[in-house]
Design a protein around this ligand. Sequence first.
Ligand code: NAD
Length: 270
Amino acid sequence: MDLPEVSAKPLSELMSLKGRSAVVTGAAWGLGKATARRLAEAGASVLIGDIDVEKAKETAAEISSAYGVKVIAVKMDVTNSAEIIAGADLAVKEFGGIDVWVNNAGIPLYTSILDLADEDWDRVMAINLRGLFVGSREAAKRMIAGNKGGVIVNIASLAGFQGVSPGQAAYVTSKHGVRGATRQMALELAPQGIRVLAVAPGYCETEHTAHLSKMPAEQLAQIPIPGIGGSRLGRVGVTDDIARVVLFCASDMSIFMSGNTLLVDGATSA
Ligand SMILES: NC(=O)c1ccc[n+]([C@@H]2O[C@H](COP(=O)([O-])OP(=O)(O)OC[C@H]3O[C@@H](n4cnc5c(N)ncnc54)[C@H](O)[C@@H]3O)[C@@H](O)[C@H]2O)c1
């Protein structure tokens, strides 16, 4: 499939997702929610897939009323392939196809290698890697059926570039895997006009971690979260710092990019 040449388009059109649809996993809360907001603001219809379906429905209603676009929520545990397939089918039924799929759902784990149980390792891989693979596969099949390409955006991490504090072997391994999957999928899906990018956040505050930055420094130092307080840009990262870069990846602004992982860490690793 030939890639459109968009140089003559105005910025407003390049950033727009009007007439397009997006699926964001793990978007009831946190970075996924901020991402769903920006995609909706850009004009996309959005399906939120999350294990916390009650909160996902609340988030969908909030975003839909803010931007006047269709936002729906479904129960989607990304360890359950049948639920991913059902969510993808629903997006096609409701929106007529899938243009953007954001694999955001992911969990951390803080257990030292010596104490790390097989089932805990497997759970991190099942959510952070297998869920991302199954989501990408199902998105790509439907994008190919729609015959107009698409974009898959994977949420990696600063922990996909380096080892971080002790206790994060499974997480660090999974996030390095996200970068590998992004490169390979970009290579394999390019002929079908599907771009695959990853965004790698450094530490950023979410509804779940907002309490941390209020802790005294000595107490904070005991918490094994990579990059917390590590930004060199004068403030801690917030969810919208990441969401704006996901929108860049999802939009035609980045139309000639695929396979890259964009680090968004406030110069933590500079
Ligand atoms: N916040 C950070 O500092 C940071 C830094 C680097 C990378 N990340 C990555 O960003 C992504 C989002 O993280 P966050 O901080 O917003 O997390 P969060 O815990 O605030 O939100 C995660 C969301 O995913 C959902 N979820 C959890 N397990 C799921 C599953 N099995 N299936 C579907 N949904 C599930 C939760 O209900 C929630 O809505 C993750 O991949 C994480 O690894 C976050």
